[in-house]
Design a protein around this ligand. Sequence first.
Ligand SMILES: NC(=O)c1ccc[n+]([C@@H]2O[C@H](COP(=O)([O-])OP(=O)(O)OC[C@H]3O[C@@H](n4cnc5c(N)ncnc54)[C@H](OP(=O)(O)O)[C@@H]3O)[C@@H](O)[C@H]2O)c1
Length: 312
Amino acid sequence: MATPDALRYTRFPLRHGSGAIPAVGFGTLIPDPVATKQAVKAALEVGFRQFDCAERYRNEEAVGDAMQEAFKTGRIRREEVFVSTKLWNSNHRPERVEPAFEASRRRLRLDYVDCYLIHTPFAFQPGEEQDPRDEQGKVIYDSGVTLVDTWRALERLVDGGRCKSIGLSDVTLGKVREIVAAARIKPAVVQVESHPYLPEWELLDFCREHGIVLLAFAALGHGLSPKVLDDPVITTIARRVNKTPAQVALAWAVQRGTAFLTTATTPRYIQENFDISALPEDAMREIRDRVTTRVRFNPVVESGVPGFIPRA
Ligand SMILES: NC(=O)c1ccc[n+]([C@@H]2O[C@H](COP(=O)([O-])OP(=O)(O)OC[C@H]3O[C@@H](n4cnc5c(N)ncnc54)[C@H](OP(=O)(O)O)[C@@H]3O)[C@@H](O)[C@H]2O)c1
C-alpha cells in the first residue's frame, strides 16, 4: 500500500481574492438534483474542499442544500470550502452579469462565491433561454458584446466583495492572452479540459508564468473512449505504485501543477478520487513522455455548446 501523504491537501495560491484553491476538486455536472445532493454530501464527507458549479447545470440549489447541511453539523466551516460557479453564455451582456451572479449565489445559499468564471467565451442571444436556436436549429450568438466587456462586469463583482476571484473557462491560449492583456483584475483561474490525453502544456506554462491556476476538468477523460484509465502506461504505473489508474491520473494532475475536477456518483469512486498519493518522479516522466494519444473529448471550446445539457 502506498503511504498516504499530503498531496491531496495541496492548495495553490491565487493572484487575488480567496487566498488559495484546493487542488483536489469535485465537479457538480450531474443531471439529477437528488444524485447531485448525495454526491456533494459524500464528497464533503471524504474530504473534498473545492467544488465547481454552474448556472447551466441547473442544480445549484441541490449543491447549496448539501453544503448547508454539512455546515450545520459544525464539522465543516464555510471558509474551508472553495466554491466556484459560472456565468452562462446567454448572460454575457454586462447588465446581465450581476443579476446572474446574484441568482447563482442565492441558489447556492452562500454569502460569497470564491470564484466566478465565464463558462465559455461565446456570447449567446441574451435572455432566459439558455440554448437559443434559429429555425434551422443553429445556435444564435450575440455579436453585440465582447469577452472584454463581460470581463469588465466580472471585475466589478470583485469590487463588490461577494465574488472573491474571477476566471475563464473553455478558452484557448489566445483568449487567455487577450484577457490578461486587457484586465484590471487578471484571471485567477482558467478551467479547461485536461488529462493525460490533453495535457495542455503550453497553456499550463503561460498560466504559471502569469500566476494563474489551471483547473483541469474531465481529469479522468469524461469516462469516454479512448479511455485514459485503460491506457497501458497509466495501468502499469498503477500496478507498480499500488493505486488505481484514476488515482494515478489525478496525482499526475496535481504534481504537474494543476488543480483538477472529477465527478463521481459512485461512492467508492468519490472516496478513491480524494485518496491520492504522490507519484515517483519516474512515473511522472513516463506519463509525460510515453502517453502519446491526444484527444479532446469536449467540443465546447469550439462552439460554446456543452455536450451535456441537463433539462429542467
Ligand atoms: N467548463 C466546462 O465547460 C466543463 C465541461 C465539462 C465538465 N466540467 C466540470 O468538470 C467536472 C468533471 O468533469 P467530468 O464529469 O467529465 O469528469 P471525469 O471525472 O473525467 O469523468 C466522470 C466519469 O468518470 C467516472 N469516474 C469517476 N471517478 C472514477 C474512478 N475513480 N474510476 C473510474 N471511473 C470514475 C464517473 O462515473 P460515475 O458517475 O458512474 O461514478 C463518470 O462517468 C464536471 O462535473 C464539471 O464541474 C466543466
